[in-house]
Design a protein around this ligand. Sequence first.
Ligand code: NA7
Length: 541
Amino acid sequence: MTDTKTTDFDAIVVGAGFAGIYMLHKLRNELGLRVRAFDRAGGVGGTWYWNRYPGAMSDVEGFVYRYSFDKELLQEWNWTTKYTPQKELLAYLEAVVAKHDLAKDIQLNTGIESAVFDESRGVWTVGTDTGETFTARYVVTALGPLSAANIPDIKGRERFQGRIVHTGAWPDDLTIDGKRVGVIGTGSTGTQFTCAAAKVVEHLTVFQRSPQYCVPSGHGPVTEEYVAQVRANYDSIWEQVRSSRVACGFEESDVPAMSVSEEERRRVFEENWQKGNGFRFMFGTFSDIATNPEANQAAAEFIRSKIREIVKDPETARKLTPTDFYAKRPICNPDYYETFNRDNVTLVSIKETPIKELTPKGVLTEDGVEHELDVLVFATGFDAVDGSYKRIDLRGRGGRTIREHWADGPTSYLGVATSGFPNLFMILGPNSAFSNLPPGIETQVEWITDLIRTAEENGTTVIEATQGAEDAWTQTCKEIADQTLFSKVDSWIFGANIPGKKHSVMFFFAGLAPYRQKLDEVAKSGYEGFDLQASPSLTPA
Ligand code: NA7
């Protein structure tokens, strides 16, 4: 039988971002467990601790990019702009930690290097990069699906005499004002950086591999009346968020794009272009932009027509214009295409003129041009979802590693558990809902809390997803993804951005509301798909 007194903690939480902070709060303050959270960073905040690059902000509207659980904080926390910049998000998360007295149970500057399950005792042993070892009955991984940086292996990196940085580890001492800066990557990070950097640098060179569909964000100040109105309506706002798919705080359309006239389609696209927001443009205009090729084409063509209108130099406009499906994670910015009209911004299509190597002075492209730079910024994204797991020596039953378990691509049951790794719970694990993340995180944290509470009450010591349930969930996610156009385009969402990474489904694309319903059904059924065992039998059924 597991003797809880022999473990250092009841639960260990890995990560202190949005997910880890809330998990610690629930397990310690609500269930009364002995918990410690760890983070390799020098502060809390996760994504919002690390991503300090110029222009970093959430591109989901601020009023729903936050926790809903603390009603007092919803009424007290003030905001002045539509989207929340990184600094404010970090201050917000720090305030949550302070308010709920969580800091004393968060060990910072401590990376988790290993987590090994001892089958005979039903206990996890966790090793840190500070040389410490801890044990716990439960481990919750709140690693962040976008935290393991992808840094392309470009020849000559060591020769470059300027500074090289990745946006996900932006150093505090680095300023780009008045400098010659290059940026590789045009995802949501690269485009945010481009818009912000162009306004302060001497010269910006954007190295673009794939052109990007980008819509306006509509960013700007909000009035006190707006804030008051949001606060007065928070209950119904969260209800709407939880019963929607992408959970971004707007009404999602149920009108198929081709069911209306061309003129009406253009009117709707224009109206939403003016309102701003990437998710709104993809999911608030028509119901089938992400699923029907014809509808997708209409949206894509609308954006392409805007590029032609906005960008003055026809050659630059041509290079900026995407031709594939509009089916990557939708992005928005205040003035992305307009930025390329500036005299101090150059666009280099590295599909047409690939990067040959870095030189001491900058980037040499295949056409023989040397782009001289003081700073080179990698906005090249992350080894998403399973990348942050593969960095840890994570071993479940029989010493099997997570790398072995996920050799054919990352899988899970419901995004929260994986077979062979008992009492390990993931937040935003593979095949979690594709949605605005804070409501998705709250959904999983609350569900995991209920599961652990039930186990504690019933004397269950081993909670383990069955392989059958995991296979079925993987298949469901695959079938749904196959119905979307997302699966037809290469992006991090399917692991396509990492050389050699297997193309695999990593999200439940039906969205948050159906996901919550499924979680609810599983809980009500007594946690169907999990083996729940009381000791002493610790081997799987
Ligand atoms: P993304 O969306 O993965 O974007 C990375 C960008 O970097 C993208 O434009 C890539 O081009 C480019 N890239 C990646 N590898 C290379 C190499 N080797 N050479 C040149 N260019 C490269 O990452 P983000 O950080 O922008 O956003 C990730 C998520 O974080 C975002 O969706 C939000 O949810 C928050 P590609 O398009 O692959 O041709």
